[in-house]
Structure formats: structure tokens, C-alpha cells
Design a protein around this ligand. Sequence first.
Ligand SMILES: [Fe+2]
Ligand SMILES: [Fe+2]
Length: 279
Amino acid sequence: MKIYKVLPDLSRQRHMSIWHKALRSQWSAEDLDWGKPQRITKDVSKDQLAKVLTPIIMGEQSALYSVSGLIPKLGATCEVESQFYLTTWAVDEARHTELFARYYHRIGREPLPIRKFPSGYLFQSAIVSDDVGEWLSGVLISEVLAKLVMEDFRRLDLDPVLSEIADGILVDEARHLGFNHIYLEERFATLFRKAQEEGQTFGDHLRSRLHRVLQLILPIFEALGPDMRGVGLDPEALFGELEKDAMRRLEKSIEAGQKVAARESAASNPAEAARIGRE
Ligand SMILES: [Fe+2]
Ligand SMILES: [Fe+2]
């Protein structure tokens, strides 16, 4: 156990504000009405949905593992405010895992096992890192993908419970993306203040990491393509949006950090971060 300081100063106001927001926004799978009649009744549709949801439930579980593992790391670098926030991120991912596990029970199906879906496992393994900045750039792909798929589920309205799950998760994911921006912006501001070159080098490192993780989505979409189309998702359009949105978010955090370091702008406030998370 590593406690950096017995009395943390908790001076990162923006991180504290997003932590309080996360605490106040908690909800439970028990709040949903699981007894609502199912709208998906055909066996073939249930089979397709079970396959399509596999990378989603895998993503929720691996996010829970990575976030939990990073909590002690942030203590060791005295980033206590981020450590606080990550405890709520872990709760969010635990809730998402429970929601999808219960949803599988609702449709009476199981996700694909790892041996039949190695691409899903390889993708999740590529995101893992002991460095929070590295992890955040990889997890951007997973978070943005979850956001895009949940928006599609809400639009498709396949089943009332799935739509309710999508509504709740979208609020949580927006908060995760908001924190992602605040954390990376501060990290880049610190690096750019030290030296332009340090910021540029780390920026290039995260860009290539994001590209590597993104490429691992292609075999997943290839394996699930027909089932995705079957439930109404468009894998090509989804990949295009994912690439564009994830890159845009990373560039925005790098640029914001660079401007803060050059005193060209103030660090994003919590309201801006919340907007960035939602957009
Ligand atoms: Fe999640
Ligand atoms: Fe998330």
C-alpha cells in the first residue's frame, strides 16, 4: 500500500467537481422495470443480439478491471482527486456489467465464449496499461464505441428495457469522456510546460496507440457483421464514426493542454468537460 500524503490537499477543483457529480448521479439496475414485456420475440433476433452484445459486456467487465487496478496507481503519484473519481468509474462499470448480465438473462441467451470470439479479447487486452494517460487514450475507443452503439439502440428502440439501459449508460459514458478530457488536458499541459517536445512526443505516442487499438476493432466487426446488420446496426458507418470521433477527442485534449501551457486559454471547466463528454 502506498499513501503519498496522509492529508491529501484535494486542490484539483475540476476533478473534485466531476467526482461530486458522479457521486450524485448514481443509479441501480434495480431501478429498471425488468418485468416489461419483451419486444424481441424471434429466436433468430435474440441470437443475433446476444452476439452483438458480446463485445459490449466484455468492454464493461474489462473497464471494471482496469479502472480498479489504476486506483492504487493514482495514490502512488498523489493524484488523489483522480483516484476518488475512478472509484465512481469502477462503480459505473460494475453497474453496466450487471445490466448486461441481467439483460442476457432476460433474453435467455449467453455471450460468445472467448474461444469463439478471440478478436474481442485481443481488443480489450490492447487497451490495458498501468499508465492512466495511455489507458485513457485506448479506452477512448471502447467508450466512444459504447456511446455510439447505445445511441443506435436508443434510436432503434428494439426492446423497452434495452432502451432504458442505453439511456442510463449514455449519461455515465458522457461523464467518463468528460473526465478523460480533463485528465489528458492536465497531463498535456504539464508536459508542454516542461518542453514542447515532451508534449509532442507523448501526443504522438497516444495517437499511435489509439490507431493500434482502433485497428483491432476491424476483426470484431468482421466477425459480427451479419449479426450487426441483422439488429439494424451498420458496421461500416459505425467504424467511420468511431475513428473520427475518437481521434477528434484525443486531438482536442492535446490541443487544450498545449493552449493551457502557453496561457492561451484556461483549463476546461467542469461544465465544458460535461459538454465535451456529451457531444
Ligand atoms: Fe460502461
Ligand atoms: Fe465507460
